[in-house]
Write a protein that binds this ligand. Structure first.
Ligand SMILES: Nc1ncnc2c1ncn2[C@@H]1O[C@H](COP(=O)(O)OP(=O)(O)OP(=O)(O)O)[C@@H](O)[C@H]1O
Ligand SMILES: [Mg+2]
Length: 342
């Protein structure tokens, strides 16, 4: 049961939509938002769930919470069928939708938390303890008396993450929890999630467009496109099958000819603008040795590493023929030993 904590077998979601097809006439058609997805997530694992816009990620998460009922297939979370026992499941899961809040818009943050305290019948001591922890680690102390509508996006998001955790959920679904956050807030949220997973063994399913989230948090990543699972394995393996590249952005003291590190680094300069240079290198390689070499040989002022964007990685998967739509839960490509559980 712990190995199959989250279980999907051939899960489908088809939406019936009507669209205008002329003056007064409307045409019905179907959108297969999720088109036969199968996977398992063992208890305590932190898994990335990524894909381009409209891929079916949020629809999957809505089915996992019971908000939406699947059109086909079988789905269980902690042995519970979400859409049939939504309330029972609600006590065991936490959800954060980055795009919209679960907090009460006009109430101060702390009043929302009080309402959750009662709704979920959280024991007082537990509630205190969890709230204190979230307030401290997510920097919420100054915000507790502020009405939610006055919070900035990043503040609201941290408030939402706390709200999702007050009742000690065993599973946390995060649908773009870092969207719109600045670098400092992102780092804070990531550290918080990493600790949560390590200390409480909370199972986490994380949807994001920021591959750095995945890189820092998830050993395993699933890629979904057009409602189908395209890849399930380690992030490094995804970069290998997609042959994707990261970019090292280097600021030198002055304008210099393109950097030429030794050939073992498989690096090429893709752009030079004044003292700034952009170097592309395979995403599956570590940046550390390359950075060390450049720092030793060049007058370095600053540098940063840019992750490839998900759309580019997926596009490369199609180009290289590595993509295998509809694999339904099997590993694609090179990622041996990357899946835990079983
Ligand atoms: N309630 C709905 N009615 C009709 N179609 C819908 C509904 N919800 C989602 N869809 C469609 O289902 C598909 C998948 O949508 P979904 O929101 O799951 O994508 P996503 O992977 O979360 O994308 P994004 O990265 O943009 O958040 C899209 O084509 C979307 O238009
Ligand atoms: Mg979405």
């Amino acid at each position: 049961m712990d190995a199959d904590f989250i279980e999907l077998d051939g899960v489908e979601k088809v939406f019936d939509v009507r669209r205008r097809a002329g003056f007064l006439r409307r045409e019905r058609h179907q959108v297969r938002a999720v088109d036969g997805i199968s996977f398992r997530v063992p208890r305590g694992e932190m898994v990335g769930y990524i894909g381009p816009n409209g891929a079916g990620k949020s629809t999957t998460i809505k089915m996992l919470t019971g908000i939406l009922t699947p059109s086909g297939g079988r789905l269980r979370v902690a042995g519970i069928d979400p859409s049939r026992e939504r309330t029972r499941l609600a006590h065991r899961i936490g959800v954060v939708f980055g795009q919209r809040t679960t907090l009460w818009w006009d109430l101060p943050l702390k009043d929302s938390y009080r309402l959750m305290h009662r709704m979920y019948r959280i024991p007082d001591s537990r509630f205190r303890e969890n709230l204190d922890r979230c307030v401290e680690l997510l920097d919420l102390a100054e915000l507790l008396d502020v009405p939610v509508r006055q919070l900035s996006l990043g503040q609201r998001m941290r408030g939402d993450i706390a709200a999702a955790l007050l009742h000690d959920p065993e599973v946390l679904y995060l649908d773009e929890p870092t969207i719109g956050l600045d670098v400092v807030s992102k780092a804070k949220v990531r550290r918080f999630l990493r600790d949560l997973n390590a200390e409480r063994a909370t199972t986490v399913l994380l949807t994001t467009h920021d591959l750095t989230d995945i890189e820092q948090l998830c050993k395993r990543v699933m890629v979904i496109d057009h409602g189908r699972l395209m890849y399930d394995g380690a992030l490094a393996g995804l970069h290998e099958v997609g042959e994707s590249e990261r970019t090292l952005v280097v600021d030198l003291e002055r304008e210099l000819p393109p950097i030429e590190p030794s050939p073992e680094f498989a690096v090429r300069v893709v752009k030079v603008a004044g003292p700034r240079q952009w170097l592309a290198f395979p995403a599956s390689a570590s940046a550390a040795p390359l950075v060390a070499r450049i720092a030793a040989d060049y007058p370095l002022v600053d540098l940063s590493v840019r992750e490839p964007d998900i759309e580019a990685v997926i596009a490369r998967m199609y180009e290289t023929g590595a993509a295998a739509p509809g694999i339904g839960g099997t590993d694609v490509g090179a990622a041996p030993g990357s899946r835990s559980g079983g």
